[in-house]
Design a binder for this molecule. Structure first.
Ligand code: AMP
Ligand code: ZN
Ligand code: FE
Ligand code: FE
Length: 285
């Protein structure tokens, strides 16, 4: 039994709907999947239903953007309560920032004589969590770039003319936000951050797990992070980070996390649930 715990849908910058994603998960024989859209949980309800219809266990999740010492880190939350009021408030704030950022990216493109319009990006994104991949796709659609790679390399990545930083909450706040929503907090794709020295500090801030298996981790990186997770007593997770078709082929199916890790994650989330209930009861006394 296997799981893929890092997946995106069209509720952020993925291209599959929750139903399509569940269909792919079924074809690959996954026992469980988690949806981890950027700064939103809006796709979770539909994904949960689509998974239930196919006999797949669904784990509600999100990928939150956080900041530590000027660096962007992504934190995955699992087993979160998608109706949690504080989480939804913060998500609304993140999404406003994302929408304003799209306008700023487009303004910068206009300054370098690329006359793209923000409305074209919003129409294409058709979601509340728009991101750079949507701008990239709009650039390709309008014929300014031949593909997404070119869009990022010429305009969208750091140190390029249309790069705009994103509002980022501190790692501590992001971990707390996940915990108070009953979830488990996991560091996403540490191999892409190259900031291993920051990991012990994240553990001190309450981090519960690390995404050791990821489609962009080499075998050596995976081994390295598995060892580090063991040393730091972190839970192990993994996922493909599938955003839909990637050069003609979806990434879902490339990472198969043994199901035992899902059980450990669930047990950890259960502990938080109990603690939360106890603190609510205590505050009522
Ligand atoms: P954003 O959240 O708006 O900063 O966009 C980040 C997303 O852009 C990531 O989740 C990736 O899916 C995608 N991305 C980042 N860098 C690249 C790249 N060089 N080429 C294609 N997609 C990228
Ligand atoms: Zn993404
Ligand atoms: Fe990420
Ligand atoms: Fe992701």
């Amino acid at each position: 039994m296997f799981a893929d715990l890092h997946l995106h849908t069209s509720f952020s910058d993925g291209t599959y709907t929750p139903e399509e994603l569940a269909g792919h998960a079924k074809r690959h024989g996954f026992a469980a999947i988690a949806l981890t859209d950027h700064d939103t949980v809006e796709g979770c309800e539909l994904a949960g239903l689509a998974c239930a219809e196919r006999g797949i266990e669904f784990i509600a999740g999100a990928e939150l953007t956080a900041e530590m010492a000027g660096y962007e880190l992504h934190l995955l939350g699992y087993f979160i309560d998608i109706h949690n009021a504080r989480l939804l408030e913060e998500i609304a704030r993140f999404q406003t920032v994302r929408q304003d950022r799209i306008r700023e990216i487009v303004a910068r493109l206009n300054r370098v004589n690329v006359p793209l319009q923000a409305e074209a990006v919003f129409a294409l994104a058709n979601c509340r969590s728009p991101g750079r991949p949507h701008v990239g796709r709009a650039l390709v659609q309008a014929g300014y770039c031949v593909n997404l790679d070119e869009a990022f390399d010429r305009f969208l990545k750091k140190h390029r003319p249309a790069w705009v930083p994103k509002f980022q909450m501190s790692v501590r706040s992001a971990i707390d936000l996940i915990h108070q929503a009953g979830g488990v907090a996991v560091l996403a794709h540490p191999g892409l951050n190259r900031k291993d020295e920051a990991i012990p500090e994240l553990v001190a801030e309450g981090l519960d797990g690390m995404e050791c298996y990821h489609s962009k981790h080499s075998a050596t990186a995976t081994e390295h992070y598995l060892q580090l997770a063991q040393q730091l007593q972190l839970l192990v997770t993994g996922g493909s980070d599938c955003h839909g078709l990637n050069k003609g082929q979806p990434l879902i199916g490339t990472i198969k996390l043994p199901y035992g890790h899902v059980e450990k994650l669930r047990a950890k989330a259960g502990q938080f649930g109990k603690l939360k209930k106890r603190s609510v009861q205590a505050s009522l006394v």
